[in-house]
Design a protein. Structure first.
Length: 286
């Protein structure tokens, strides 16, 4: 698969994040619950160094509930607090600030001892494009101050968002690119639409997707499209096209339309809750 993707500006983003660190108490790392490995910027832990951090598994509504729990337990096992969050319904949003306060309780106590009282806790929200940062900030601040974009990579300038008298948030300065030189990572990012679609061939992408999902979640494909599992994923895409009336020139399958139907239905959760990655896969990846 030929994936053309050019990560400009990472050096600048790294510098901007490093500079922001002195202003903040905690980092909120947003990951996509369906793909916590691929949606993690590989340099972020090095950039934020020893700043306290909370992991938010966002879009948890689209991921397998059981696997979400596995991820939370995995993070717990490495002493990181993680929460499964759904910014659409607001699930677990109310647990974020109590968890943060608990994570930095020693620092807060030290501040009180020094006579620093009433200073808001400042958090930096980091995450790759399309992971849901703007939606998350809007939800948490309960207003529409952050600009949401419908395209990955919408640039946002540095801004503080006052949540209440106790908390302020800063959006990632610059764009935090994901890693994409590993084929699995690149594919997963494309499936979840974190990589711009036009740089990939969607037919090729959806064939790879079927090949993966027919092993991990065969019933989701069978139930949604009323098709059989076959050895050849291309044949399965044709079956999806046939079922959905994606036909051109009389009888030929419109593979492009079939691929779009499949990927769109996966992305909005109509294929059911599917996790692409489990903690078991982390060995050798991180
Ligand atoms: P970003 O700032 O990190 O780039 O992401 P943004 O908030 O713009 O969110 C990207 C898309 O993800 C938006 O959909 C948003 O509604 C969706 N989203 C964010 N959080 C959640 C969540 O918890 N659950 C679900 N199901 N969706 C979530 P969009 O505007 O339709 O964009 P797109 O999907 O067409 O790119």
């Amino acid at each position: 698969m030929n994936i053309q993707w050019y990560p400009g500006h990472m050096v600048k983003t790294k510098r901007q994040i490093s500079e922001s660190l002195k202003l903040i108490d905690v980092v909120i790392e947003l990951l996509d619950a369906r793909a916590p490995i691929s949606s993690k910027n590989p340099d972020i832990d090095e950039i934020i160094s020893n700043k306290p951090k909370i992991v938010i598994l966002n879009k948890a509504d689209l991921a397998d509930e059981k696997i979400n729990k596995e991820w939370i337990n995995f993070y717990k096992s490495i002493n990181i607090v993680a929460l499964d969050v759904d910014c659409i319904t607001g699930k677990n949003i109310n647990k974020i600030f109590p968890s943060i306060k608990n994570i930095i309780k020693n620092k807060l106590q030290k501040d009180i001892n020094k006579g620093i009282i009433g200073r808001p806790v400042r958090a930096l929200v980091v995450g790759i494009p399309n992971v849901g940062k703007s939606t998350f900030i809007n939800k948490i601040a309960n207003k529409s101050t952050a600009q949401t974009g419908d395209r990955p990579g919408v640039t946002k300038s540095k801004q503080w968002i006052k949540v209440n008298n106790e908390f302020e948030l800063m959006d990632t300065p610059g764009i935090l690119w994901p890693k994409f030189d590993d084929e699995m990572v690149a594919l997963h990012l494309a499936y979840i639409k974190a990589i711009k679609e036009e740089i990939l061939d969607i037919v090729e992408l959806s064939i790879k997707f079927i090949d993966e999902i027919k092993k991990s979640n065969p019933n989701n494909l069978k139930d949604r499209f009323k098709i059989e599992i076959k050895d050849d994923p291309t044949e399965m895409l044709k079956d999806i096209g046939r079922k959905r009336g994606c036909i051109v020139a009389g009888s030929e399958i419109d593979m492009y339309r079939a691929a779009n139907v499949l990927m769109e239905e996966f992305r909005i959760g109509k294929l059911g809750r599917i996790s692409l990655e489990t903690p078991n896969m982390i060995i050798g990846v991180e």
